[in-house]
Design a protein around this ligand. Sequence first.
Ligand code: NAP
Length: 344
Amino acid sequence: MTLKIGVIGTGAIGQEHIERLHNRLVGSTVVAVNDINLDQARAVAVRLTPAARVHETGQGVVSDPNVDAVVVTSWGPTHEEFVLASIAAGKPVFCEKPLATTAAACLNIVNAEVASGRHFVQVGFMRRYDKGYRLLKAQIDNGNLGAPLMVHCAHRNPSVPEVYAGDMAITDSFVHEIDVLRWLLDDDYVSAQVILPKKTRHSRADLDDPHMILLETAKGIRIDVEVFVNCPYGYDIQCQVVGEDGVGYLPEPMSVLTRKDARLSHEILQDWKLRFIDSYDVELQEWIEAVKIGEVWGPTAWDGYFASVTAEACVEAKHSGRIVPIKIGQRPAFYDRKPKRAAA
Ligand code: NAP
């Protein structure tokens, strides 16, 4: 069976997902698209998936009887509407992060999915599909490092565009650590603190950079993450898990060591897309396989909600200078269910 997919949002990542879902991955085809910029949607359809129907609205994609499942890659503030519509239509939905732009909106989605009694929603936290993170998680899960005690991370970008402003270092960049570390440690966060070190001269007047973010988990693990988005040298994701018996490091991306011009050197990636390009393929291929048997193997709506609650606590911690407790109600038993193949 070929899964017929409708994509809402034909911007940067929408185009990449359409290309992989339609041309590269196994078992899926893109049959419908929409973007608020209809000309762009039409041009993308012509270039990538000529037979697809171009709908005037995102709701039109969801209600298209030819669409089996929906991919939401539109602007964040539209996610809640399209995910809720997909649940109401009884269609599986893959929503790029964030699940919604507020914790309250994420909770609306959780409540709607629980009330439906079926698992429909997966959130696009692709780092769980990165080979390196999976190898590191295996070291933790098989007990090789002993119980984790501390985690030290860095999230560095060479630069960010003008539209990257306000608290996006937390809500757009650090949100990936929020999800992947919770999954890596199989633990929940209980508090957040944000420290602003001396500001880099490479940032703009209206953008704090770097940030030091400290999280504490329910098991007492301490996490520190440097988020530095104008660090000119490259895109660099570091993660080091300190356990009772050993230390595990996230593998570096593969690159050739060269000896040249009196230097011994490795290339450092410049673009986040290249760092996680394989993860997107694995993520969506597993999503296709799970959808075909009516399951969700990846990050759930509850995970999206938890990420949003944690991001909001971090933003509050940044602006108040206080340690902010992270309070979240009991996870609904609905999300305890172990799918047949818990891939991520
Ligand atoms: P983008 O290039 O701005 O694309 C978003 C598209 O959505 C734009 O074409 C926008 O049109 C369109 N749009 C806005 N409102 C809409 C509506 N009501 N109905 C239909 N389309 C609408 O942004 P992007 O970089 O692709 O990001 C899209 C989403 O993916 C964001 O939530 C982002 O956080 C997420 N993302 C995730 C990753 C990841 O690593 N997992 C990476 C990149 C992006 P206009 O431009 O005309 O407003």
